[in-house]
Design a protein around this ligand. Structure first.
Ligand code: HEM
Length: 373
């Protein structure tokens, strides 16, 4: 069994075998209690770009996150209000702005990481990534310089909230909502203070300059915090492990990253609620049905990890979504991943030991110890 499969089984011992089995039952399968499962990349793309499938109906991400984040945070919106908010937020994620932000926040931690590898130390990449991804998100939501301990604490808070969700979750319990709200209120307060300070060199200050209201900026900070921390932090150790396991020399870093994204699919499923009667492939769907796009199945159908093979058009970046909800943080995620991976590859790192994580939503390592070759 390869290491990636072990990660999935450690995270989801029952759900993962079931999801993989569904891939063999056809491109679209109705599963009682779960929803209509889509296993085919072209059909997944068709659903994601069709406005009859929504993120704000029963069984959608809106049902899960609106009680915690409020009604207007992109990932639970549709139509013109969604588009208007997205337009205001897009300028925060230009490649030039995010690479400057990442360069600034990660210069010191990456310097420290590089020095440790240089000295021949064994480094736990999982721990290093948690503090680096935590530091980037701290900066995005409006904290200035933060200690490693604070970045780690914030990361752990986000992880606790994300772990409340499982494949079958339709709603969070009252207790979960209360815990998640406490965490998100803390993030909201930090964001509000930065918004009011209005310094345009900060993300929150830029949001104010873009014409976002204080409530919109606060909601966006919460959404970025939940979607943009663990996704990045869990991916980098998996990327490095894949390159190590396949002994792949990296000729083109971006291509290696995209291929590792395909194989790992940090967001393994996407949810939609059917708004208007439609068909997905040969399966008719009714308003209120829940559609579960098994991104992982769609992506894995293209075979094992091999950065030399180009991706067919229907797969292109499907792991970041498609259509109106395509990941707005894609340039930031890529800037972070590139920055860390280039340092690690410059040391030609090798994996010396690893342990899969249990009880997490996004499969990953609990520890991945690496050393310079
Ligand atoms: C490896 C890293 C990441 C992956 C794999 C990823 C994946 C995704 C996917 C698949 C979606 C679309 C979900 C759907 O259509 O249901 C999405 C949306 C989103 N992502 Fe990311 N993401 C990553 C990093 C980030 C980062 C760093 C941020 C921001 C700080 C971010 C913020 C968002 C937001 C706000 C949305 C909702 C956009 C909308 O609904 O219009 N993501 N992401």
């Amino acid at each position: 069994m390869n290491h990636e499969t072990r990660l999935h089984l450690a995270a989801h011992p029952f759900a993962y075998p079931l999801v993989r089995l569904l891939a063999r039952l056809g491109p679209v399968v109705r599963v009682p209690g779960l929803g209509v499962v889509v296993n085919d990349a072209a059909l997944a793309r068709a659903v994601l770009t069709d406005e009859r499938f929504r993120k704000d109906g029963p069984g959608s991400p809106g049902d899960l996150w609106t009680p915690v984040l409020g009604p207007s945070v992109l990932l639970n919106m549709e139509g013109p209000p969604h588009l208007a908010l997205r337009r205001k937020l897009m300028p925060l994620f230009t490649p030039a702005y995010v690479s400057a932000l990442v360069g600034d926040v990660l210069a010191e931690p990456l310097g420290r990481l590089s020095a440790r590898l240089e000295r021949g130390e064994t480094v736990d990449l999982v721990d290093a990534m948690r503090s680096m991804a935590g530091a980037v998100i701290c900066r995005v939501i409006g904290l200035g310089e933060v200690s490693e301990a604070r970045a780690r604490r914030l990361f752990a808070d986000g992880e606790r909230v994300v772990a409340m969700v499982s494949l079958r979750s339709r709603r969070l319990s009252d207790r979960q909502v209360a815990v998640a709200r406490r965490v998100l209120d803390g993030i909201g307060e930090i964001a509000r203070a930065a918004y009011e300070a209005g310094d345009e060199s900060t993300v929150m200050g830029r949001m104010r300059a873009q014409g976002l209201s204080a409530a919109e900026a606060r909601g966006a900070a919460g959404a970025f915090f939940l979607t943009g921390t663990e996704t990045v932090a869990t991916f980098v150790p998996r990327l490095i492990a894949l390159l190590h396991d396949h002994r792949t020399p990296v000729a083109d870093l971006d291509r290696a990253i995209e291929e590792a994204m395909r194989v790992t699919t940090p967001t393994p499923v996407m949810l939609r609620s059917v708004g208007t009667a439609a068909r997905i492939g040969r399966v008719p769907v009714r308003p209120g049905d829940r559609v579960l796009i098994a991104t992982h199945n769609c992506a894995r159908a293209h075979g094992p990890f091999d950065p030399s093979r180009p991706h067919p058009p229907e797969l292109r970046r499907l792991w970041f979504g498609a259509g109106p909800h395509f990941c707005i943080g894609y340039p930031l995620a890529l800037a972070e991943i590139r920055a860390v991976a280039s340092v690690l590859l410059s040391h030609n790192v090798r994996v010396v030991r690893r342990r899969p994580a249990r009880g997490v939503l996004i499969p990953t390592y609990a520890h991945l110890w690496i050393r310079a070759a």
